[in-house]
Ligand binder design. Structure first.
Ligand code: FEO
Length: 395
């Protein structure tokens, strides 16, 4: 098998998961698959940085055997507890009987609560390091990027950062490096990854990047635990993270997301879109029932405005838009304005419910909302058009 050398004597031993289509339960769709990256470092001491999803344990062990007998591993660096990176750890530990697991205090606790094994564990914190011989492993705690246990490992001799989930992308490819793949697909997946996983932790991410910059850490390569390794232009993804983490909309677009029972709310959505377009504002429209939420969330970076609609059903909003709003609420997105719309038969609670959720999500709500009884009349459609136009003017 072709060996993938990330730096001198640092090799990729990860696996490509071509067929995964849902991640984190069903909270994230992975239409391009993913990879679980692990790295073996061959020095006087042998270190493995991260493992892979448990179902790929055998493949990881076979890949390690291309470089070294797994029994000879001295250290297994556990940058993160989540099972897509630690799932193979129990199997590796059966082979690497003398290995010490290295991670943060939260990692030690988290791994125990996953596997209930009393492995030899070395707790490390920011500033700690381990010498492997010619190379040094330095550790940087990165709590809540994106779990409390998260940690980055840095090899100063190679200027190589191994930040686990940070700077990753869910993309399955035959190639491993940023200079070998389609840039549009790469950045599309990196954007989606940040939007769906990391937005809530943006203030922490900005602080961490600032801390790393101020510490004078030189970075030549960033090798995350998912997707492509950034060796040609690692600052491309760092700068993108700074842009995304600042929370400012990158464009002045409007995102219209709705759910409709019999098409009435959809008619309103399309009239709103026409109104928005009439003043030259760019917009995207999604029926949440037939769209991929993971893809819609990615659009939030370009959207300054969010128009959310639902028919009223059982004095409530429809279930798919409720799920979408619940997800938006968790993002704690800033600097956005929103409004609600929807059709109703007799009670009409949907618009108020949506408004409340938007407000709870930190979105400034433009009032009053717009609603229509049963099927929107031509006057209702005109009102929606005007509503869209006025909303766009506020953007
Ligand atoms: Fe890729 Fe947080 O696991």
């Amino acid at each position: 098998m072709k060996k993938v050398e990330v730096a001198k004597n640092v090799f990729w031993v990860g696996v490509v998961d071509w067929n995964v289509r849902n991640f984190h339960g069903h909270t994230y769709t992975t239409k391009r698959g993913s990879t679980y990256n692990a790295y073996i470092i061959i020095d006087k001491k042998i270190a493995l940085v991260d493992t892979v999803l448990g179902s790929f344990s055998d493949e990881l062990i076979e890949k390690i055997k291309d470089f070294v007998d797994p029994a000879k591993i001295d250290y297994i660096i556990a940058n993160h507890v989540e099972t897509d990176h630690s799932g193979a750890l129990p199997e590796i530990m059966r082979h690497a009987k003398n290995a010490k697991v290295v991670g943060t205090a939260k990692c030690k606790e988290g791994l125990y609560r996953h596997y209930y094994e009393d492995w030899d564990f070395q707790v490390v914190k920011t500033g700690d390091s381990i010498s492997l011989g010619e190379k040094t492993l330095k550790f940087i705690e990165a709590p809540m990027i994106h779990w409390p246990d998260s940690m980055f490992t840095y090899i100063p001799e190679d200027k190589l950062l191994l930040p686990n989930d940070a700077f990753g992308q869910h993309i399955a490819t035959t190639e491993r490096f940023d200079d070998e793949v389609d840039q549009c697909a790469l950045m599309d997946e990196a954007t989606k990854y940040y939007a769906n996983i990391l937005i809530p932790y943006s203030p922490i991410i900005l602080k961490k990047i600032d801390e790393v910059v101020k510490s004078g850490l030189e970075i030549k390569t960033i090798a995350p635990s998912h997707g492509i390794i950034w060796r040609k232009d690692p600052m491309k993804i760092v700068n993108a993270y700074i842009r995304w983490a600042k929370g400012l909309p990158l464009k002045k677009n409007i995102l219209i997301v709705y759910e409709t029972m019999w098409g009435a709310t959809e008619k309103m959505a399309k009239a709103l879109l026409e109104g928005v377009r009439s003043v030259g504002c760019e917009a995207k429209l999604y029926n949440i029932s037939t769209s991929d939420r993971t893809e819609i969330i990615k659009e939030i970076f370009d959207a300054k405005g969010l128009l959310v609609g639902s028919s009223t059903h059982d004095n409530n909003i429809l279930p798919n838009i409720a799920g979408f709003l619940d997800f938006v609420k968790g993002l704690k997105i800033k600097n956005r304005i929103g409004a609600s719309f929807g059709s109703f038969g007799w009670s009409g609670e949907s618009v108020k419910i949506i408004e409340n959720i938007l407000r709870e999500s930190g979105i400034e709500v433009v009032q009053p909302p717009i609603s229509a009884k049963y099927i929107p009349s031509s006057d209702d459609i005109k009102s929606c058009f005007e509503f869209g136009k006025n909303f766009a003017a506020k953007i």
